[in-house]
Write a new protein. Structure first.
Length: 276
């Protein structure tokens, strides 16, 4: 597989185990790939500073596809190679639409989370999973009113994310959003959330643009994923790898199914394709 130049790796449910840890087996496999000259590129719904230090601080990680493809970040130059953001006016309209449902929501702007304080205080009730509650507590700056703050600063939004107490409410919103708003990419990363990006911001498109930055194509990319926000890059990459624990749609789209995230599936696939 000498034509593979980029390894694009989702984090939660893929590279990280169920306790959100990077195993030594996976770390060694990535280090071996990097030593061969491959670019190891974390590919996540998080912004760069929200990535676990065990991944973010790997010495061979320079680039990351973040916020579901809204940004491709170069750590060395502290610049964005790719930016695909929701226009502020549309973001505010979406938030007003969400106010009609039993949800809490936040947004990413300028590589940080922002949220109405009253919603942040309900994190346990809505996000439910301790991991997501922790993220909301630690990586969301609270404001008396998020929409008022955003309208005042005038800057576009990288992503809107919501949590619903009832997954059926999440499903209803997902069904209704396209009828009210054009040009959205709607994905999910857990049973009761939605992540809303501009349509051009998805992991597959970001991977394509990142590869072209170096004069490569998607044929030079191997991607790893498990969730629906990974589907585009698993489908589009030259080699798309699904974890054994992946969503059915990701399993169906993959070129190869590896072991689960709790069984070092990334390392197993790298051994299979790259003989590491």
């Amino acid at each position: 597989m000498d034509d593979i130049r980029i390894l694009a790796l989702d984090l939660d449910g893929t590279l990280l185990d169920s306790e959100k840890r990077l195993s030594e087996v996976n770390r060694e496999a990535l280090a071996a790939a990097a030593a061969r000259g491959l670019l190891v590129v974390p590919t996540t719904g998080r912004f760069f500073g929200m990535m676990p230090p065990a991944v973010r601080d790997l010495p061979f990680v320079r680039f990351a596809i973040t916020v579901n493809g809204a940004q491709v970040y170069d750590r060395e130059t502290d610049t964005a190679i790719v930016r695909e953001e929701l226009p502020l006016a549309q973001a505010l309209e979406i938030m007003r639409f969400l106010d009609g449902f039993d949800v809490i929501y936040d947004c990413y702007q300028d590589n940080w989370g922002r949220m109405t304080q009253a919603m942040q205080e309900k994190a346990e009730e809505y996000a439910q999973c301790p991991h997501y509650v922790k993220m909301i507590r630690e990586f969301r700056k609270p404001y008396p009113d998020l929409k008022e703050y955003l309208a005042g600063n005038g800057r576009d939004v990288q992503k809107i994310m919501l949590f619903a107490r009832d997954p059926a409410v999440r499903d209803r919103i997902a069904a209704e959003l396209p009828a009210h708003f054009d040009g959205l990419a709607i994905s999910t990363s857990t049973f009761n959330n939605l992540e809303i990006n501009v349509a051009s911001a998805h992991k597959g498109r970001a991977l394509e643009r990142f590869a072209s930055h170096f004069g490569w194509t998607l044929a030079n990319c191997m991607s790893f994923g498990d969730g629906l926000n990974d589907l585009s890059m698993v489908r589009m990459a030259g080699i798309g790898v699904a974890m054994a624990n992946a969503a059915p749609e990701v399993l169906a789209a993959a070129d190869y199914v590896t072991l689960s995230n709790d069984a070092d599936g990334v390392a197993a696939a790298l051994r299979h394709f790259l003989s590491l």
